[in-house]
Design a protein around this ligand. Structure first.
Ligand code: GLC
Length: 487
């Protein structure tokens, strides 16, 4: 691949702003792609990698000042006309463009507003208009999740026949099929909000609603998701969240791919992580105990370097398997363990863990928050990382935990099945199969008793820390997919 322009679009990106795994992926993948795709290429043959993002007001402070204003335009969407400022930032070869509109993006959060459909329709339209305004000629246009799903639809409708996009190939990546941008048709949403002619409405219409993810799948050349197992799972009616028929079609057309994510090994590196009490690497993994003792002091738990610490860092929502933990909780608390839970989510789960903390104050800390710094301290301090997800497109926490020597215990679903294999079959962690609290507890008991064999455990920690979950392999697979779609 030479002299191509790859444009990646998403609604989150570390370190600027992120609420979950999508932000991690977009924060590292484009730079890795830039590096791999231009490996050994001379300057005049190098491929461009460009990323488009919304300019939220909720933006990491010191980075916001580094953005440079480029230009502005007016974006027309149905009867609306909106200002769009374009700001730029360059890092490791990748050019990031941030699209500014305070009416849509000056909010306390990224999502969860009554007008999200309109906000991201604006963003999607603004991306296409900015590409034209900046005179970019995309060969690959790679969208991520429903917030960007109208872009391929616009290319098929409002911009159909535009020479600039004649040779542009589109890829839509699903990070989680649960969130589709699925709206009822009552308010004339396709014409009035998305600015798409009723003759083209069929692209978005699905089961009597306007479904952006469906439109994106129909309009894109390729559809990918974030692990091979998840790419198969979503073909099952009960796991497709209603998109079954559409997915089967995508599959039958040979457009469906599954590529496992990686993690940024510099961003998550216990040997350099400033958040840790004590830094360490795989040769000095016994220093995890010092991190444990320090965290116990900080959280006011009994100090004991030899008690296994179980960690969960997760959104507290049902697809993360929180009910399994809830159902086995009293039994877990009867084991010689400590447990630290960090996350926010459903009030009922938050309440449950707070109650449990009152009852088991010397064994459990439940911190209801999203806190990067603390999460790193917990990865470093803990021994067992529990991730019993019901569904998990890829999952990054099990990879981060491995990097920090916290041994993952996962349910075999989606990307968890693709990244963690049980020790009993020469693997790198503990796994169980069924959505069953008893089964999870049995495996957890095995992990706890393994922990008390200290030499054996040190071996396991080494093994886990040795697994390479870096981006290089995945970046190469993305590039292969780009080549394939370019034909
Ligand atoms: C979503 C998925 C998660 C995945 C992440 C990045 O957050 O739920 O499994 O790791 O996207 O692709």
């Amino acid at each position: 691949m030479e002299n191509k322009t790859i444009v990646i679009v998403a609604s989150e990106c570390q370190p600027f702003f992120a609420s979950g795994g999508l932000g991690d992926v977009i924060g590292s993948l484009p730079q890795k792609i830039y590096k791999e795709v231009n490996n050994k290429l001379e300057d005049d043959k190098k491929n461009n990698v460009v990323v488009f993002l919304p300019l939220y007001s909720k933006f990491t402070k010191d980075l916001r000042n580094k953005l440079v204003y480029v230009t502005q335009l007016t974006v027309k969407l149905s009867w609306r006309q909106q200002y769009c400022g374009i700001f730029k930032y360059v890092e490791k070869g990748v050019t990031y463009y941030f699209l500014d509109n305070e009416y849509y993006f000056k909010r306390g959060n990224y999502y969860g507003y009554f007008d999200d459909a309109e906000r991201f329709a604006f963003f999607s339209k603004a991306v296409v208009d900015s590409i034209i305004h900046l005179d970019i000629q995309p060969d690959i246009l790679h969208m991520n999740d429903w917030q960007t799903g109208l872009i391929p639809v616009y290319l098929r409708t409002n911009y159909y026949g535009d020479l600039r996009f004649m040779n542009t190939k589109t890829i839509f990546t699903i990070h989680n099929i649960e969130y589709q941008g699925n709206y009822n048709l009552d308010q004339d949403i396709i014409e009035d909000v998305f600015g798409i002619d009723m003759n083209d409405a069929y692209i978005l219409e699905y089961k009597g609603r306007a479904n952006i993810m469906k439109g994106a799948m129909e309009a894109s050349n390729f559809v990918s998701t974030v692990s091979p197992t998840y790419a198969n799972e979503i073909l099952l009616p009960e796991k497709s969240h209603g998109l079954y028929e559409e997915l089967l079609r995508v599959k039958a057309e040979g457009k469906l791919r599954g590529i496992l994510n990686g993690i940024d090994k510099d961003f998550y590196n216990p040997a350099k992580d400033k958040a840790l009490f004590v830094k360490y690497d795989k040769k000095t993994s016994e220093l995890k105990k010092e991190n444990k003792v320090n965290l116990q002091q900080m959280l006011n738990l009994p100090v004991d370097e030899n008690i296994p610490m179980i960690a969960m860092i997760t959104r507290l929502v049902s697809h993360k398997g929180i009910t399994l933990v809830r159902d086995a909780f009293e039994k877990i608390m009867n084991e010689p363990v400590q447990m630290v839970i960090l996350g926010t989510g459903d009030v009922s789960f938050e309440g449950f863990f707070k109650d449990m903390e009152n009852r088991h104050g010397n064994k459990l800390r439940a911190i209801i928050a999203f806190n990067q710094d603390l999460s790193r301290k917990i990865y470093a301090a803990s021994d067992i990382f529990l991730m019993p997800s019901i569904a998990e497109p890829c999952g990054l926490s099990q990879m981060i935990a491995s990097r920090y020597g916290s041994v993952p215990l996962v349910r075999r679903t989606g990307g968890l099945a693709d990244s963690i294999v049980d020790f009993t079959v020469k693997g790198n962690g503990y796994t169980f199969d069924n959505i069953d609290a008893g089964e999870m507890y049995t495996v957890l008991k095995r992990a706890i008793s393994d922990y008390y064999d200290q030499d054996g455990w040190a071996e396991k920690v080494k093994k886990v820390m040795n697994v390479d979950f870096g981006w290089t392999k995945s970046a190469k697979e993305y590039i292969k997919m780009y080549q394939e779609v370019l034909g």
